[in-house]
Design a protein around this ligand. Structure first.
Ligand code: LLP
Length: 431
């Protein structure tokens, strides 16, 4: 079944029920409740291997992988990052705190951010090995550590939703060519350790060709800056994944890495530059397909000629359909092989018409009380989840070789009150 290709590598239909890593999804939903997010370790590991093998095959210089924590981060994931020898891209002191709790040392932590706060900069000084500078004001605040890379905006467009384009002139991200040169001069003057150049063109693109132009412009700058023997070029992340069976086959990581690597090798030869360390920074293409969301179907209704399947989650744990018109797919946890009984509209319980997770997907006849599994749920869902309507964020379970471990407990209403202070209690009494 084509739809099954969207699920983690270890997914099977055993008897009548979907299993991942040998764990029965119906049993997991029963035990942990829903909405439930599952992460399959084997799929995460395979995704890392795909990048590493592609780099080994295509790039003769040193290389590495930084996982973009914004896609999904928690303590257990940071621990996995440590075990796999990845670096972690953190966007704030909050993500750095999770990285540190997961045991990551400074030489594995890299910090990004458009407007890093004083607290972010202080956390970076203590916990990070690399800081990627977004603007000249920020540069003026830095000292001898950590190592500095400059974020260059190369004015290159990739094909994706406008909200997740980042590499065109006029974007809020990074420095233009003149500013990069000015930053290079300031680093020399102040003796700051400028060691790399970075760009990130956007997210969820499937054509690698535009990255070549960005590599070319970045290498031209590196040559002008006189970056020496040990420098890093990071082409950021952004490689896309298939969310729906119509998007298959899966965009190939190997082809993407090869295109970028060849552009770097050819450009360095042309400019007489030493080969940099080539450090990719993927989030989604490492973590999206490893994640599955499981919902309980609370009711089925027909209105306006549509078959509505009403789930116990949606907009609050996955705002992506509302924000980017993202198109998802799904299977029933039991009886996934049943034939479709016409299109279905999957909606959540939240007070907003935009809370439609999937529109018009061919789906079997299902009844209230059944569970539905939504694949490719590992990236930018939980990390963008909210407490809208008092929603409690889902539990997260790690699946590995037949075992299921809770790595994030479900929120409870008491969590929603944890930061709240009363107007009615006398402050002197509450002290
Ligand atoms: N590096 C930088 C500097 C980034 O800003 C990002 C993503 C990445 C790497 C990783 O990109 P990825 O490989 O995951 O595409 N919320 C949106 C995606 C926002 C991406 C933000 N930056 C979504 O749900 O599609």
């Amino acid at each position: 079944m084509k739809r099954l290709l969207l699920f983690p590598d270890t997914t099977q239909i055993e008897g009548d029920v979907l299993t991942i890593a040998g764990c029965d999804l119906a049993a997991l939903a029963e035990t942990f409740g829903t909405p439930l997010y599952l992460y399959d370790r084997a799929t995460l590991d395979h995704a890392v291997e795909a990048y590493r093998q592609a780099l080994a095959a295509a790039y003769p210089g040193p290389s590495g992988l930084t996982y973009a924590g914004k896609a999904f981060l928690c303590r257990a994931l940071a621990e996995w990052i440590g075990q796999r020898g990845l670096w972690l891209d953190c966007s704030s002191q909050g993500e750095m705190a999770i990285a540190v709790a997961g045991g990551l040392p400074p030489d594995r932590i890299l910090v990004h951010g458009v407007n890093k706060s004083a607290a972010d900069l202080e956390a970076a000084r203590r916990h990070a090995g690399v800081i990627v500078v977004d603007n000249l004001t920020e540069l003026a605040r830095l000292a001898e550590r950590p190592e500095i890379w400059l974020r260059f905006c190369p004015d290159v467009q990739v094909e994706t939703h406008a909200h997740i384009q980042t590499g065109r002139a006029g974007s809020k991200f990074g420095l233009d060519e003149k500013q990069v040169e000015e930053a290079g001069r300031l680093c020399r003057e102040k003796g700051l350790p400028l060691k790399g150049l970075h760009f990130h063109l956007g997210s969820q693109f499937r054509e690698a060709a535009p990255v070549t132009a960005a590599v070319e412009r970045t290498l031209a700058l590196a040559a002008r800056l006189g970056l020496g023997e040990e420098w890093t070029l990071s082409p950021g992340g952004g490689w896309g994944v298939a969310y729906h069976e119509d998007d298959l086959p899966q965009p190939e990581v190997a082809a993407y890495v090869q295109t970028v690597a060849q552009a770097v090798v050819a450009g360095c030869r042309r400019y007489g530059l030493p080969l940099p360390r080539l450090q990719f920074e993927p989030g989604r293409s490492l973590v999206a397909r490893a994640g599955v969301a499981v919902y309980r179907l609370g009711a089925v209704k027909q209105t306006g000629g549509r078959r509505w399947l009403l789930l116990d989650g949606g907009l609050a744990d996955n705002p992506r359909p509302a924000l980017y018109a993202a198109r998802y797919s799904a299977l029933p946890v039991r009886g996934a092989a049943r034939p479709a009984a016409g299109p279905a509209w999957f909606a959540g319980p939240y007070c907003e018409s935009g809370d439609v997770l999937i529109a018009g997907l061919p789906f079997p006849a299902v009844e209230a009380g059944e569970w539905v599994a939504v694949p490719v749920s590992g990236a930018y869902q939980l990390s963008m989840a909210s407490n809208y309507n008092g929603a409690c964020r889902p539990a997260v379970v790690w699946l590995e070789e037949g075992t299921a471990r809770l790595i994030q407990r479900r929120e409870v209403p008491a969590d929603l009150l944890r930061r709240d202070l009363s107007l009615l209690v006398n402050p002197s009494e509450s002290r």
